[in-house]
Design a protein around this ligand. Structure first.
Ligand SMILES: [Zn+2]
Ligand SMILES: [Zn+2]
Length: 151
């Protein structure tokens, strides 16, 4: 590394930061990526492939556009053809994004329900059969019990 590092610490957001002798502070993963590839292109974010924010080996770092980065963190991945896949939260089978019924977009990111076509159909059937129950469960998950918990 070309710069003289004076301090190295993990900040509250879980990223390792470096403090240089000249007073500059940078996130280590960004610094490592830039040492290998040059300045990070505008708008790109550096992603940790294995999800470990302190693993700043260059192999573990990848420059992604924000919308792709968000997808990665939602458990999506791309195949060789650049198609996005994700795993069904119910049957755990991987399926192309197109096989997930809900297609909404927020900030350019495709939002899909966690269920594949088959599981979503089953869920709809169950929901229509036991509507009262479903409402009650919603209350449990999103009600006061889960609100205001101190992390
Ligand atoms: Zn990331
Ligand atoms: Zn499924």
């Amino acid at each position: 590394m070309a710069h003289r590092v004076k301090y190295r610490w993990i900040s509250q957001d879980g990223y390792i930061h470096l403090g240089f002798r000249d007073g500059r502070i940078v996130a280590e993963h960004r610094h490592v990526w830039e040492c290998a590839h040059g300045p990070i292109p505008g708008g790109y974010q550096i992603h940790h492939r294995d999800g470990d924010r302190t693993n700043n080996k260059i192999r573990n770092l990848e420059a992604l556009l924000p919308q792709d980065h968000k997808r990665e963190h939602c458990g999506h991945w791309t195949d060789q053809d650049g198609r996005w896949w994700k795993r069904c939260t119910t049957c755990r089978r991987p399926a192309p994004e197109d096989d997930f019924p809900t297609k909404r977009y927020r900030d350019g990111v495709r939002l899909t329900r966690g269920n594949c076509k088959t599981c979503e159909r089953d869920r709809q059937r169950a929901k229509n059969g036991y509507q009262g129950c479903f409402e009650k469960n919603l209350g449990l998950h999103f009600g006061p019990r889960s609100a205001g918990r101190i992390p």
